[in-house]
Design a protein. Structure first.
Length: 420
């Protein structure tokens, strides 16, 4: 038996090609059950996301990779000849390394993104419910999940956001230890402002105001974050109450000028304002950055921070590989130990039968009134003789044929020191 992975990801196929192999939850269940019913496949699992579709199997022989990939493509009404450059396959330890990299976000489009681990766990639970997970894949994915957690805890792979909105909010930590008494003015109603608002809400900020040309769109976001919607004409009045200002709208002229900020600072008695201008063209006049008590970040500043964060993650990915190296070895050693498990069980069962037979004879002798010391002496002699009988036969046979390899093997198994 061996491990096998067949798949297609963002590294080997464009989105339009990946979509053709993608499977939904119900389709996944059907494919899992069909594959699990095949004589060559003992265990099977499917992971399907927007960036990858992968099949993990415990198979009789990894040489069946082409047969399985062709079968999977036929299930989707696709021809294998059209996807030879898009499909990849891994066997045994390479499967383990790949699974650990995927679960840890190291194989993702964005290094260290956390969503893949949740997707992995959901797919694992679905396969478990379908009854297609056995001890080998179960152990593999438990390793994958614990490794992902260790990498996220012990390295900087997941540190620092690579999202513009997330970075914009995270910088507030440099200025404010606590946002529970702060107010934020967010200008715009697109995805960036929505994410920024949700992040500020998670930081327990006191007030969130959403200003937008179309107030209905502002109200839509405000409702989700327990905030208040404003029109653009309300901005000047609210500048004086705003500790944080994040703006991301399109327009030909700046929405916030130097004069309005100067007025706001006077009213605030020069309490500082943290500002992020994500607009293209700019939403805030460039001269604002020259004012005291103003900390203005632009889109260029934020993108520079994102690049720096990405570099940190790439460097951390090197450290993560050291963790993965160890985990791959541990899992493969566990698999090797499983191959001897049945033999070990047979040997222990045989020893247990010998013990019971010798004990039964001794008990009967005690019932007949024989001397307990003599009974115990004979019990120890019988146990020694019977437990050593089969190894002795093997050594005698090896000696008669001068099979040094077998002699050394028996010595290694029974930890016999030949130098004594």
């Amino acid at each position: 038996m061996g491990l096998l992975t067949i798949g297609m990801s963002h590294k080997t196929a464009s989105l339009d090609i990946r979509e053709k192999l993608s499977v939904d939850k119900e389709e996944s269940k059907r494919i899992l059950k069909k594959l699990h019913g095949m004589p060559l496949i003992d265990e099977v699992f499917i992971l399907s996301t927007c960036n990858r579709t992968e099949l993990y199997c415990e198979v009789e022989d990894a040489q069946y990779a082409n047969n399985i990939s062709e079968w999977l493509l036929r299930q989707k009404g696709l021809s294998a000849n059209d996807f030879t450059d898009n499909i990849y396959s891994y066997a045994d330890s390479s499967v383990v390394r790949h699974a650990l990299n995927v679960a840890s976000g190291l194989d993702s489009m964005v290094i260290g993104e956390p969503q893949i681990l949740g997707q992995f766990k959901n797919a694992f639970n679905e396969a478990n419910e379908a009854g297609t997970i056995g001890k080998n894949l179960d152990r593999l994915f438990q390793y994958a999940f614990s490794t992902a957690k260790e990498i996220r805890t012990d390295t900087k792979v997941g540190a620092n956001s690579l999202s513009i909105a997330n970075v914009a909010v995270s910088i507030t930590d440099q200025f404010y230890d606590d946002l529970s008494d702060k107010s934020a003015l967010l200008i715009g109603a697109g995805e960036t402002i929505y994410i920024a608002a949700k992040n500020l809400q998670k930081k327990n900020i006191k007030n969130i105001y959403i200003a937008n040309r179309t107030i209905e769109n502002a109200e839509s976001i405000a409702r989700e974050v327990s905030g208040k919607a404003l029109s653009l004409k309300d901005i000047p009045e609210h500048l004086k109450y705003s500790d944080i200002i994040i703006s991301a709208v399109t327009g030909n002229v700046p929405l916030i000028g130097k004069g309005s900020i100067e007025t706001a600072l006077k009213h605030r008695k020069h309490k500082p304002i943290y500002m992020v201008d994500l607009g293209v063209p700019r939403n805030v006049e460039s001269e604002v950055k020259d004012l005291s008590d103003i900390f203005l970040y632009t889109l260029d500043n934020i993108q520079d921070l994102i690049k720096k964060n990405y570099k940190t993650r790439k460097e951390a990915a090197i450290d993560a590989q050291l963790i993965i190296d160890t985990k791959v070895s541990e899992y493969m050693n566990w698999r090797k130990s499983q191959s001897a498990f049945s033999i070990i069980k047979l040997y222990r069962d045989d020893c247990e039968d010998i013990r019971k037979n010798c004990l039964d004879k001794s008990v009967n002798q005690l019932k007949l009134g024989k001397d307990p010391k003599e009974v115990l002496d004979q019990l120890s002699i019988n146990l020694t003789s019977k437990l050593s009988h089969k190894p002795t036969l093997a050594l005698n046979k090896a000696g008669q044929t001068n099979n040094r390899k077998l002699i050394n093997l028996v010595c290694d198994i029974f930890l016999i020191n030949k130098k004594k």
